[in-house]
Write a protein that binds this ligand. Structure first.
Ligand code: ATP
Ligand code: MG
Length: 483
């Protein structure tokens, strides 16, 4: 160690700074004051990957900086900026940029003994090498100087090239320190399309029970991060192989061996179907909650089958919704997130019958989760719950081995329904401006004439010519007076 950095590996820091000018300023201020300061972790890893893939459009979301300067020294160098302490004992600060974004600046540190979740103490140090050694995987242990020269002290570049997730140092020790790394290994394997190195894999299997010691919140964040990758189905299979699925989502694991009628599901048991559906979703679904709901959509089938003496799985949606609620609570999802997942599981069957419903029922179904501030024509924005249900339905249908086009009639019905809803919306708005009572007050006798007058007035409102109640009343008065 202590060898010079690999000269050929240089990331385009100028491009990164173009999007994060304040990161450049932080690095410059620190190095001008004689400290060492580097970009570290995900930003370096992803910059190299983008470079190798010839991806010109890559923009880093987050830029993490590590430095030999101690927290009080950092504060003194940024007297005019707001500085937030993240973890006092950990030497991590966030500095607010002029544009309001926060940049993490962490002092190099080593970590003392761990208790399986967090270090009992950390020691701030002046050497980058010690800092890199406490990080989780080699691909995450890369740093870059302000000029872009990559510093690789752990063989991260070679592993990134070959797409290998490998614990830094002794894998057993690394997982024993922080069992969340068990899930992080799987997440990065999916995110980077990588394999987990054999010794690292063996260590994960050996330490898998440690995941039980990690807080539900940290497990949730990691699981959702995994579902956010476009390879989440592979991730869930990997979790299963490594013995982690039965520990964090036993309900999904229990779908193994739950039979389905050959006629509809020649692909196999509920577990096989679920994983296939997730694979379909990976290609077009971004919201990890839709993917979580997809993982859970058929978990009620086991109990439903038992209840119906093995004859059918009727009622599995309601049972599944109850189970999904338990899973969401266990994972400490927010109320709004839980509600969405439960809704998706609860309704995943009924959406298939949408085309046969009467128009009133369809409208109510669509409007059950509505954002009135959005335009009616924008299905995704105005009816987010319904749009997500449609995504789930498409993945569910496509994953039955018959590649059922069951979703087609639903989509065919939608454009017209949206037009109808727009009409309904305009009508409701118009009725709020003026109605029959107003005309009676203007002296029109009750009778068919009221309807004719209203129609004429509403036409003007739809056309955008009358915009307020006053304008509508004035126009009505004119009509009444002119007979
Ligand atoms: P992402 O693009 O998903 O944010 P990232 O590499 O930035 O990827 P973070 O979780 O943001 O991942 O963590 C930043 C860096 O901190 C990682 O690259 C890794 O070096 C280190 N790190 C984060 N969590 C851990 C952990 N539990 N154990 C060891 N090192 C960690
Ligand atoms: Mg990050």
């Amino acid at each position: 160690m202590g060898s010079p950095p690999n000269p050929p590996f240089v990331i385009p820091t100028e491009k990164i700074f173009a999007h994060h000018p304040f990161a450049r300023e932080i690095l410059k201020t620190l190095t001008d004051a004689g400290h060492e300061a580097v970009l570290i972790g995900g930003v370096v890893r992803d910059a190299l990957l983008a470079q190798w893939a010839g991806d010109e459009d890559w923009v880093p979301e987050e830029v993490d900086i590590a430095t030999s300067a101690f927290p009080e020294e950092i504060r003194e160098l940024f007297p005019d900026r707001k500085v937030v302490t993240v973890g006092k004992a950990f030497g991590v600060l966030k500095i607010e940029a002029p544009d309001g974004r926060l940049y993490e600046v962490a002092t190099f540190r080593t970590e003392g003994e761990y208790d399986g979740r967090r270090p009992r103490r950390v020691e701030l140090v002046r050497s980058l090498e010690q800092d890199v050694r406490r990080r989780d995987f080699t691909v995450n242990g890369l740093a870059a100087r302000p000029d872009g020269a990559v510093i690789d002290l752990v063989g991260g570049i070679a592993d990134l090239r070959r797409r290998v997730i490998r614990a830094i140092g002794d894998p057993d020790e690394r997982f024993r320190e922080d069992y969340l790394r068990l899930l992080r290994a799987v997440r990065f394997a999916c995110k980077l399309d990588a394999e987990i190195a054999p010794e690292t894999r063996a260590a994960i299997r050996a330490h898998r029970r440690g995941i039980k010691r990690i807080s539900a919140e940290r497990v949730r964040d990691e699981l959702l991060a995994l579902l956010r990758t476009p390879r989440s189905a592979r991730g869930v299979r990997l979790l299963d192989e490594l013995g982690l699925l039965e520990l964090i989502l036993p309900e999904v694991r229990a779908c193994r061996g739950v039979p389905q009628p050959e006629e509809y599901h020649p692909e196999g048991d509920v577990y096989t179907h679920t994983l296939l559906a997730l694979e379909v979703a990976d290609a077009f679904v971004e919201d990890p909650l839709v993917k979580l709901a997809l993982l859970l959509h058929d978990v009620g089938k086991r109990e439903a089958l038992e209840r119906n003496r093995g004859e059918n799985a009727a009622g599995h949606d309601a049972i599944g919704a109850r189970m999904a609620q338990e899973v969401c609570r266990r994972l400490r999802l927010s109320n709004a997130e839980t509600e969405l997942v439960v809704f998706l599981v609860q309704e995943h069957q009924r959406i298939g019958h949408f085309p046969e419903m009467g128009r009133g029922k369809q409208v109510r179904f669509l409007k059950s989760r509505e954002d009135p501030s959005q335009p009616v024509g924008d299905l995704r924005a105005r009816y987010p719950g319904f749009a997500k249900l449609v995504q789930l339905m498409i993945a569910d249908c496509q994953a039955s081995a018959m590649r059922s086009r069951g979703w087609l009639p639903v989509l065919e019905r939608l454009p017209r329904l949206l037009v109808e809803l727009q009409e309904l919306e305009r009508l409701t708005k118009a009725r709020k401006l003026i109605d029959g009572h107003d005309l009676i007050e203007l002296g029109v006798p009750p009778g068919p004439r009221i309807g004719e007058l209203l129609e004429a007035i509403y036409d003007r409102i739809y056309a955008g010519e009358l915009r307020s109640r006053e304008e509508a009343l004035a126009y009505a008065r004119k009509l009444v007076e002119s007979g």
